[in-house]
Write a protein that binds this ligand. Sequence first.
Ligand SMILES: *Cc1c(COP(=O)(O)O)cnc(C)c1O
Length: 368
Amino acid sequence: MTAETDARIARLLHHRKAGLALGEPVVPPISVATTFHLPQAQGAAHYYGRSGQPTWDAVEAQLSILEAAEVVSFPSGMAAITAALVCCLKAGAKVMIPSDGYYVTRLLGRDLLQVYGVDVVQVPTLEMADHDFSGFQVIYIETPSNPGLDVVDIAGLAKKAHAAGALLITDNTTMTPLLQRPLDLGADLVVAADTKAPAGHSDALFGHVAGRDANLMARVREWRRQSGSVPGPFEAYLVHRGLETLEVRLSRMCTSAAVIAERLAAHPKVRGVRYPGLPGDASHKAVGAQMANGGFLIGFELAGETEAEGFLARCPLIEQATSFGGVHTAAERRARWGDAVADGFIRLSVGVEPVETLWAAIEGALAG
Ligand SMILES: *Cc1c(COP(=O)(O)O)cnc(C)c1O
């Protein structure tokens, strides 16, 4: 972590202090009020729960510190992605999305954006940099992509998008603002599923949009008010609590992932290991450049569906679940969801278990 990141984490942990009066709670209250005391219509911090409320303020303050940008929170990653795309597009516009990114984003392109007259063009992550951007209003990227872990050069794409008159939106879910900073690299908006590592305990759906253009962020905020796509106060509280330990958890998860990726790559039953932190990986060039480290996600292949399902069922320290970024190591065979990957391809999300215990369990399950 850079000194700048360290300072952000410290500020995040103490962000409420300056505003606390004597005897007030250190952690933010879970505010369930939908209405606020309004003897007059103007001048109140809050007036109706769909427009804004104190527990959102607390978590958005933390996320703003991490992103160094304005943040609008949403009830899920998809709600944030929808908000960003709807606010940047209109009928007749053209958007480029990755053909190998999070699959629900592709469904949104097909079932919502196309239906409302937006031309949605799918391009593989690795081909985006060479694609012609003319005529596009939005270039939408995910780097590293989920689940293939391919990367694109965010700064390069931002330059190219802006030269073509397009905005660049980056889904930063796989990295979080601690490990990758798309806004610093020229992206216009960041979208993220805080459901994953930021919340971190597989118990809250949440998302956010971050950006530094006040007009664009005002549109995103207004979209939340008009669409009613609002986070719950309890989820906001859980994400606030999760963010306080994000750096500690990520540190363990990423260090362990590097160890496990190296050992998987050396294992005779394992093929096609993808981990950006491995020196031979196709995405390694981005590590140290735009990614702080290789992250906590690993892709690898076993011989086929039977071998992969058998391995997952046998390993006592792998939670068989979709999603990633939680404290429990989790994995799944992505072909179950129709991702364009081999039948034996597994996406492994490394959790916070002590690494040698975790590796022993993985090695034992690989032995069969
Ligand atoms: C999980 C995920 C999403 C969607 O987030 P939800 O909170 O489940 O709506 C979006 N993008 C990526 C890369 C994801 O992994």
